[in-house]
Design a protein around this ligand. Structure first.
Ligand SMILES: Cc1ncc(COP(=O)(O)O)c(C=O)c1O
Length: 419
């Protein structure tokens, strides 16, 4: 069920989000709309003055979503997954905020470069690399207190040597494969491998984890395999640290998988997993806005067409507005089939085509919007621009909607102060 506009705005208001997003500063060129019109409860800083698009990241919403994860999991510690540039919101923006969020005990990524970037951004809590590193990379990662996730034969010996060289125990989370067949030591031959890890004083096992296939029936089987292996190992005195496997889907729908820590990504950024909105099990608020200023407002004559392919032809006089955001910024091409863009407190349909750097909306018979006004393509302010709504309309996965946002988009409006 799609949230109603009223329930949506109520939720947004309770979180201090303005319903109107037309926070206007003077544009560099063109007619400057007068004054700001964001609601008094709005806490976001002034948008940038230029016409280039940007992403606004809201730290309050990140913290609110982290609190909701804690609530939904009876206070389980959270390993916050911030891979792929913080799911598109920007690693440097979301990393320090989640680092400071109560309940978050660590952050996880899948690229060496991202693990190092988190440390460079000032993240102090444990960072887990859920992938493999070369020896040189591992040396650097350990020096920066980044946890490794061994999963291969021979990793015990390698880590033992590295621990001796660096004269410190290497903290690890052991990666187990219970059916994903992607990464991890296969569960059916993991016991002796786990023994080898646990008996080496150079290795400090802080956790053991697996990933689900997200096939509901098979997930249950995977969890059974994981728990069977953990029980057997612990009966033999093998230390496994904290067991964790629950990503957003399992935080939302599979309480028995919450175990000793949870490992969500998507939901921290305020998007729901498939079926999550309908179930209403967790209340999340998008932590980003994708925004730009209206570049042009023009009245079309009957017969005038819009953009490549002339997919839209005006039947009568109509005003259209051009927004400088396109598919190269990550806004999906498919948005032309039903998505809407919020300008002021009204949303308008995307028409014609989403080209690389532009899209066009139909405003109606009157030019209700102004050049320089802020347009919001994704955000928490209206049901029409909720990332899950854009995902549903375009048929693109919610992960694509967030993670395909161009990393080059500047980030604004975030606060990363430690609380
Ligand atoms: C190993 C692992 N754990 C956890 C997550 C978090 O998943 P989600 O974003 O669905 O919460 C991911 C992301 O794909 C992952 O690869």
């Amino acid at each position: 069920m799609t949230p109603t506009r009223r329930s949506f705005l109520k939720a947004a208001a309770s979180l201090g989000v303005g319903a109107a997003t037309a926070g206007l500063a003077s544009p560099l060129v063109g007619s400057a709309p007068a004054g700001r019109s964001a609601s008094p409860s709005s806490r976001h800083v002034a948008p940038p003055p230029g016409y280039d698009p940007w992403i606004e990241v809201n730290s309050d919403h990140l913290r609110t979503n982290a609190r909701e994860v804690a609530r939904a999991t009876a206070g389980r510690p959270i390993m916050a997954v911030v891979k792929n540039n913080g799911y598109g919101l920007g690693l440097e923006e979301v990393g320090p905020t989640l680092d400071a969020a109560p309940g978050v005990v660590g952050l996880a990524v899948v690229k060496v470069e991202e693990a190092l970037r988190l440390r460079a951004a000032g993240v102090r809590k444990p960072v887990l690399l859920m992938s493999r590193a070369t020896l040189d990379e591992a040396r650097e990662l350990v020096r920066r207190n980044i946890r490794l996730a061994p999963f291969s034969d021979g990793d015990g010996e390698r880590l033992e040597r590295l621990g001796r060289e660096l004269q410190r125990p290497i903290p690890v989370h052991l990666y187990l494969d219970t059916g994903m067949s992607r990464l991890g030591m296969p569960h059916h031959r993991a016991l002796p491998w786990l023994q080898g890890m646990a008996r080496r004083p150079e290795i400090r096992v802080e956790g053991s984890f697996m990933g689900f296939t997200e096939d509901t029936e098979y997930d249950r089987e995977q969890l059974r395999r994981f728990l069977d292996l953990a029980r057997e190992a612990r009966e033999q005195g093998i230390a496994l640290g904290r067991l964790h496997c629950a990503s957003s889907r399992h935080v939302t729908f599979m309480p028995e998988s919450h175990l000793e820590m949870v490992r969500p990504g998507l939901m921290l950024f305020g998007a729901q997993v498939a079926g999550g909105r309908e179930a209403g099990a967790v209340e999340l608020i998008p932590a980003l806005r994708l925004q730009a200023r209206v570049l042009r407002v023009e009245r079309l004559r009957p017969g005038d067409s819009v953009s490549y392919g002339r997919n839209y032809v005006a039947q009568e006089e109509v005003c259209v507005a051009t927004i400088p955001v396109g598919h190269s910024d990550g806004y999906p091409r498919e948005a032309v089939d039903g998505c809407r863009i919020l300008i002021g407190d009204r949303s308008y349909p995307v028409i014609g085509a989403v080209s690389a750097s532009h899209c066009v909306v139909e405003v109606g018979p009157e030019p209700l919007v102004e050049q320089g006004q802020v347009a919001t393509l994704l955000g928490p302010d209206h049901p029409d621009i909720h990332p899950n709504e854009v995902s549903d309309i375009t048929g693109r996965s919610i992960y694509d909607i967030l993670m395909h946002l161009s990393p080059g988009l500047p980030k604004h409006g975030w606060t990363a102060s430690r609380s």
